[in-house]
Design a protein. Structure first.
Length: 157
């Protein structure tokens, strides 16, 4: 969670850990109505074994402990709120002998700078920006863009 906040996330959803706190065993049979733990079924024979008060307490403990762990991580950096986290707080190991701050790996881009057509520190972003569309998640294919992207990578490496 702290990693995502440091990368700039405004919101983080966590379903899987809470499902584990409920007792999910990841049988991956949720939609069938035959969940072996009874968590994701409407079948009374299956869900009757769930102790709601016990499971609610487990989920609550998980949430409280998660918030406490995030608080401890923030305290260790001298920060009092996740909104103050930045990429400078994340250290990433690139190899057995090389580490870098995420800030050194991912250059800063001012909010809205790509939309306004302003220059950005990393030339790859300018190349990628021309490949996106509001209509699709598929990148726009263009041989000139491919060449520009290869050139941008060579500049950086």
């Amino acid at each position: 969670m702290t990693w995502l906040c440091a990368l700039g996330a405004d919101w983080i959803n966590m379903a899987r850990p809470f499902m584990f706190a409920l007792g999910c065993i990841q049988a991956r049979d949720c939609a069938s109505g035959e969940c072996p733990t009874g968590i994701t079924t409407m079948n009374p024979r299956r869900y009757r074994v769930i102790d709601i008060h016990n499971r609610a307490a487990r989920v609550n403990r998980f949430h409280v402990n998660t918030v406490e762990a995030v608080g401890e991580m923030l305290e260790s950096t001298g920060i009092d709120h996740p909104v103050n986290l930045t990429r400078r707080h994340i250290v990433r190991r690139l190899s057995s002998s090389q580490i870098r701050l995420e800030d050194q790996i991912y250059p800063k881009v001012e909010k809205g700078s790509l939309v306004r057509g302003e220059e950005v520190e990393d030339p790859r972003l300018s190349v990628y920006w021309s490949r996106v569309s509001g209509e699709s998640f598929n990148p726009i294919k263009d041989s000139d863009t491919e060449k520009a992207l290869e050139s941008a990578y060579q500049q950086i490496n």
